[in-house]
Write a protein that binds this ligand. Structure first.
Ligand SMILES: Cc1cc2nc3c(=O)[nH]c(=O)nc-3n(C[C@H](O)[C@H](O)[C@H](O)COP(=O)(O)OP(=O)(O)OC[C@H]3O[C@@H](n4cnc5c(N)ncnc54)[C@H](O)[C@@H]3O)c2cc1C
Ligand SMILES: *[C@@H]1O[C@H](CO)[C@@H](O)[C@H](O)[C@H]1NC(C)=O
Length: 537
């Protein structure tokens, strides 16, 4: 049999990782990208082509560079910890160049349909119909990696807002928002408090007359700059914290985390306190929001009851004159190239580990990056791709259809039991460290803490107590990278480097005191034992 040919749909973060993984494992990838450049969401366009997801000019990562990097290609040490989208694009370009990915991408080529071939049950092959401006063409592929993105369509439920048709001001979705220039001196209502809503409200409030931020549920607000000035995710997403969370009852964790966030500003006093506990739903990352609220430029409001021609009436009965409404109502997932009769997806939200639709006779279709980790997407999609190429090559088998469906149902139950509202986004929400470990175990690249502790204590300490960076999944097994150990041991230096633009003595990241170190060692042993005990069931 010849080399397997794989179609990769989309050249965003997930697509680039997928191409690289195919090459690494000796498969032959062809990537189709409808835009004329790589980067997907991260490619800023002042005037986006219709249908292209747009980001705003100021967008800056909400995940720090060490947590966001591909597992065998750290982000340059002098890059800021939270990168502007232009820096993210630079990094992606370097990655594509370094691994020779560009020659495998066909730009301005839209995948409009994928269909099982007539002999699918034996061959597992697909017909992939693509179109460019000039022509339409059908290719045959042995496998497909769908990397078309999580944020493919705006969610814009206008019909839910009474009176919006009477409203004489203008309105738009954050998808169309670019910069605050058009909002100077205006009275603006931002509907929805997610990451985009908080960002956009804060930014516009610098030039607007007044911004009202309307939220039905409220939200827990984190900030990028965490204790001692470390990037939030590098402090929060550690194996140590995860072990603590597994051992402590959930309500204690909730209480502790909420106390921590309320310590910065009291969420109730600021009108932001949600009805749900912190672990139940998505949180919002915004350094700016409380600062804008305390100076009165942003006012938090409940849900809009209705719009009149010139104002918004909120559910508490208050009425405010408004010039512009910005809907920060989020995005939804769609796969327009999947024909209804392809029988691919019984239900697009029930896939085995969020990657493989369980209903197919052959596991030759995989979805990359459509989940919602509470953490960076990039390393998660990369690890999914590493697993997928193993399955495509036949080195790794999937469980039976029944077992996969049982696993999906079990996970859905767990999510419900934890009290998550039954909204699709939360359905695909996973715990970063757990999910990474789960996929890593499939291909045998999960770091072995016990052996590390015995043979390389220094590394073990950083792997356990330090940020759970993706280099950890290149320490052993297939795809092992010789630079992984060094990348882990130097990650803190890379975090400090961009900050040290005026060098002063004694600058360092917080170190563990010896008391805490001792606790960590004791705790480490206990949790290794506990985790081994749990996983052996
Ligand atoms: C405002 C915002 C901020 C974010 N910030 C972060 C962050 O800081 N850190 C983080 O980890 N994640 C962040 N995310 C999540 C983000 O989705 C991921 O970081 C990442 O960009 C996802 O990459 P992707 O390749 O899966 O999808 P995309 O970036 O959406 O790329 C998909 C690509 O597929 C192409 N495509 C789609 N359909 C077709 C087709 N039919 N034929 C051909 N090509 C097609 C598209 O043109 C696009 O280039 C953010 C998301 C948003 C919306
Ligand atoms: C970053 O922003 C995106 C888009 O709003 C969101 O989906 C994701 O959950 C955010 N991540 C974190 C860690 O806050």
């Amino acid at each position: 049999m010849g080399v397997k040919r794989i179609a990769v749909i989309g050249a965003g973060v997930s697509g680039l990782g997928a191409i690289k993984c195919c090459l690494e494992e000796g498969l032959e990838p062809t990537c189709f990208e409808k835009k004329s450049d790589i980067g997907g969401l991260w490619k800023y366009e002042e005037i986006p082509k219709s249908g292209n997801l747009g980001i705003y000019k100021s967008l800056t990562c909400n995940t720090s560079k060490e947590m966001t990097a591909f597992s065998d290609y750290p982000i340059p040490d002098h890059y800021p910890n939270y990168m502007h989208h232009s820096k993210m694009m630079e990094y992606l370009r370097m990655y594509a160049r370094h691994f020779g990915l560009m020659k495998h991408i066909q730009f301005q080529t839209n995948v409009c349909n994928i269909k099982k071939r007539p002999d699918f049950s034996s061959s597992g092959q697909w017909d992939v119909v693509v179109e460019t401006e000039e022509m339409q063409k059908t290719y045959i592929f042995d496998g497909i990696m769908v990397c078309s993105g999580h944020y493919t369509e705006k969610y814009f439920p206008l019909q839910d807002f009474e009176g919006i048709s009477k409203f004489q001001g203008s309105y738009l979705h954050t998808w169309e928002y670019k910069h605050p220039d058009n909002f100077v001196g205006k009275r603006v209502a931002v509907i929805g408090l997610g990451n985009s809503g908080a960002d956009v409200a804060g930014e516009i409030s610098r030039v607007a007359d007044q911004v009202f931020l309307s939220t039905r549920q409220g939200a827990w607000i984190w900030n990028r700059v965490w204790d001692h000035g470390e990037p939030m995710d590098t402090t929060v997403f550690t194996r140590y914290n995860r072990a603590v969370q597994k051992i402590c009852p959930r309500y204690i964790i909730n209480r502790q985390m909420e106390k921590k966030l309320n310590g910065r500003f009291n969420h109730a006093n600021y009108g932001l306190l949600p009805t749900h506990r912190i672990l139940e739903q998505r949180t919002v990352l915004s350094d700016d929001l409380p600062n804008r609220i305390i100076i009165g430029k942003v006012k938090i409001k409940p849900n809009v009851k209705e719009f009149t021609s010139t104002s918004a009436i909120f559910e508490d009965g208050t009425k405010e004159n408004i010039d512009v409404v910005i809907f920060a109502t989020g995005y939804k997932l769609s796969f327009p190239f999947l024909s209804d009769d392809s029988g691919v997806l019984d239900n697009q939200y029930s896939m085995f580990k969020y990657v493989f639709p369980p209903e197919l006779e052959k596991p030759t279709l995989a979805f990359i990056g459509i989940l919602q980790p509470a953490g960076a997407i990039l390393p998660t999609s990369e690890l999914q791709s590493r697993w997928v190429v193993h399955v495509f090559k036949g080195i790794k088998k999937l469980p039976s259809r029944r077992a996969m469906i049982a696993d999906i149902n079990r996970k859905n139950h767990q999510i419900m039991a934890k009290g998550s509202k039954k909204i699709l986004q939360d359905h695909r929400r996973v715990t970063f460290v757990d999910y990474m470990d789960e996929i890593a175990s499939e291909i045998g690249v999960k770091p072995n803490l016990l052996s590390l502790l015995l043979w390389d204590t220094k590394l073990a300490k950083e792997v356990f107590c330090g940020p759970c960076t993706s280099y950890q999944y290149r320490l052993q097994g297939p795809g092992k990278w010789d630079g992984a150990r060094a990348a882990i041991l130097t990650q803190r230096e890379r975090m400090l480097k961009p900050l040290r633009t005026r060098v002063v003595k004694q600058s360092h990241l917080s170190h563990l005191s010896w008391v805490k170190s001792a606790c960590v060692v004791v705790f480490f042993f206990i949790s290794v034992v506990v985790i081994m005990h749990i996983t052996s069931h």
